[in-house]
Design a protein. Sequence first.
Length: 200
Amino acid sequence: MSIRIRLATEADAPSVLEIYAPIVQETHISFEYEVPSAAEIAGRIRGKLVKYPWLVAEREDGLILGYAYAGLWRERTAYSWTVETTIYTHAEARRTGVARGLYTALFGALRIQGYCQAIAGIALPNEASVGFHEAVGFIYTGNFEKVGYKFGRWIDVAFWQLELQPPPTASTPTLDTTVASQLPAWADALRAGEALIRST
């Protein structure tokens, strides 16, 4: 079946939650203790889409195989050109290129918006995520020890950084998602991601 990458909508919240809930319940990858409601996920999608992309990979039968989004790195204005990225995939999407396709599309969209740096935080140990992020170009930048507590143990978090594009010589405002997504280059960025995904 063919797969397309598109901007998420609030209607995708139940599908996103289906992927995310086991991460919260069964792993230390997410530091949330309680699974959020579909309404909470819908609110998160709505809130992020103002300034940042939230993308889903959708199979032609409607199954969401994964999602990736960017968000605020730090609140101070000087950080405005840096984002934090997140990606999760459905069990059926393993080894199909969905994760790489989503990140490729996300990075392309972020470049169009004018973002320059992407940061990924990974709760350790997580060899699969570390290997994936390094494979798509992230570089290890540092480790914070015992900063999270879940399932009866303290957890380290390490950070990786990817330069999306060289910073401009002067501060050029980033584009909101609604503006950037209307540009022809946006569709090209999504298609570049789709091209990396094998049909399932």
